[in-house]
Design a protein around this ligand. Structure first.
Ligand SMILES: [Zn+2]
Length: 507
């Protein structure tokens, strides 16, 4: 199949920042074969799309996401992560998701992304109580069917809950403490067998559209041996490695209490596992020494500003990371913590929140810089920067077509700023992944969305029953978790990543 998009404005996102006011784009199979301001012969294409009045640009990349809670948007109030997770993790008796449930909820989020022009996602998928080949297949099948580009990892801890948090062992009464000391459902060998299945079955599917990644969830949630085994898997297959690091102040305290005063970044470094394959997710409560270690490793930081606000986690030190040349990509995080799954909103937030961090306005993020994080940063995090993220010959045809006859772009004053500060996804008319049109004029070309949403509503009503059981389990633990949280909030950590308040002010 060859497709020609004619007479469009083209934001190439190439290294030189080229924007064509008018150009033709030829797509041959999955690949962009030509971008020519002088025009391309129409006869060369089987499908011709008139692009006048439209913008062609690379699709957006959601570089950090967790699909298993796609059906839970809006279901929780704003809470700090450690309290939030009590309500997020389903009561085990009520938790079991069927493969069809996993398929439906994955598809729900994927369609929302495609509708607003996201062409690639990194899904750090977790499974309660544990992954199985059937549920892994269901997640990947949803991505296969809707046409999006995806990398999927299995975000599973292999240490008991009690070991992941400070203070809790001293705060909890014995019966609760014993329950939280129970090991997770699958041990390291079982989890690695699941990775074998994921990689053997799906890594490289459809010309490489679907690929595996690895995830340890967070360094304090896995044993050093399992952490090393995942790093080995990542190295052997050249896979991105997702690791949540210092998302919260309490995690900084964890290092003081449980790692001999070391930060979690230093801990990863001491294990010899800081690498350029790492996606360091959040990176908020990091200090200058941590930033130096991350810069030396070549790792990417995955920035999720809306999730960070929703959970009150703090403000990532954007400029200090960029000063060190540390690559940054953007993500929504999970739909229960950034309820909209909208990368335009994430980009806008990334373009705004850091203005509060520095009185020197020359150090605030520019719109061009935010777009570079959104697209080029995402491609790098995925380890696919030579293949996606540019409208240029030889790159995958992961493109979106935006209508410029919309309020976001009328009148057109500055394309980059209007993309970051005005557009929310409503101008996206067509989403193409690997040369295939997967979303057009507000509809999936591949999936019956009306039927899917009906099934998602049914899933939602079943979840309401499970939520009641989860809330009862959470209520039992809440007083102790609150004590832990407040004790950590009062413990000095030598930095502040909250806005306005003094360090440790929360009481
Ligand atoms: Zn996350």
């Amino acid at each position: 199949m060859t497709t020609l998009i004619r007479n469009a404005r083209v934001l190439t996102m190439d290294g030189a920042g080229t924007v064509h006011e008018r150009a033709d784009v030829l797509i041959d199979g999955a690949i962009i074969s030509a971008v020519d301001p002088a025009g391309i012969e129409t006869g060369a294409a089987e499908l011709v799309i008139e692009g006048a009045g439209h913008l062609v640009m690379p699709g957006l990349i959601n570089a950090h996401f967790h699909s298993p809670v796609n059906h839970l948007k809006g279901s929780l109030p704003s809470l700090p992560l450690e309290i939030f997770m009590l309500y997020e993790t389903p009561n085990l008796d009520a938790a079991a998701a069927s493969p069809r449930d996993a398929y439906v909820r994955t598809m729900l989020g994927a369609l929302e992304m495609l509708r607003t022009g996201v062409t690639a996602v990194q899904d750090d998928a977790f499974f309660v109580p544990a992954p199985s080949p059937e549920t892994i297949d269901a997640v990947l099948q949803a991505y296969a069917d809707c046409g999006i580009r995806a990398r999927v990892a299995l975000d599973q801890p292999n240490v008991p809950e009690l070991e992941k948090l400070p203070y809790l062992v001293d705060l909890l009464p014995a019966p609760l403490s014993e329950a939280l000391a129970a090991p997770p459902a699958l041990d390291a060998a079982g989890l690695l067998a699941c990775y074998d299945h994921l990689i053997a079955t799906w890594h490289g599917y459809d010309g490489g559209r679907l690929r595996a990644s690895v995830s340890c969830s967070a360094p304090q949630r896995v044993t050093p041996d399992y952490f090393r085994a995942l790093d080995d898997l990542s190295r052997r297959h050249d896979l991105p490695f997702y690791v949540h690091v210092l998302e919260t102040r309490l995690q900084r305290v964890f290092g003081l209490e449980r790692l001999g005063g070391r930060s979690l970044v230093r801990y990863i470094h001491d294990l010899g596992l800081l690498s350029e394959r790492l996606n360091i997710i959040h990176g908020i409560w990091i200090d200058d020494a941590d930033m130096d270690l991350i810069a030396a490793s070549g790792a990417t930081i995955a920035h999720n500003p809306i999730s960070n606000l929703r959970l009150g986690s703090g403000v990532m030190p954007f400029r200090r990371l960029r000063d060190r040349g540390i690559p940054i990509c953007l993500g929504t995080d999970e739909a229960i913590a950034d309820d909209a799954i909208n990368m335009w909103l994430v980009a806008k937030m990334a373009g705004l929140i850091h203005n509060l961090s520095d009185p020197d306005y020359e150090r605030w993020p520019s719109a061009d810089e935010v777009l570079a994080c959104l697209i080029g940063g995402g491609a790098r995090a995925m380890r696919q920067q030579a293949a996606i993220g540019q409208v240029a010959p030889g790159f995958q045809a992961d493109l979106i077509l935006l209508d410029l006859d919309t309020s976001a772009f009328t009148p057109l004053n500055d394309l980059a700023r209007q993309l970051v500060y005005c557009e929310l996804g409503g101008s996206v008319r067509m989403t193409m992944v690997a040369g295939r049109i997967v979303y057009q004029d507000g509809r999936s070309t591949l999936v019956d969305e009306v039927a899917l949403r009906a099934e998602a509503r049914e899933l939602g009503s079943r979840f309401a029953q499970a939520k009641a059981a989860t809330d009862r389990s959470a209520a039992e633990l809440l007083p102790y978790y609150r004590q832990m949280y407040l004790k950590a909030a009062r413990t000095p950590v030598g930095m502040n990543r909250w806005v306005g308040g003094d360090e440790g002010k929360a009481t």
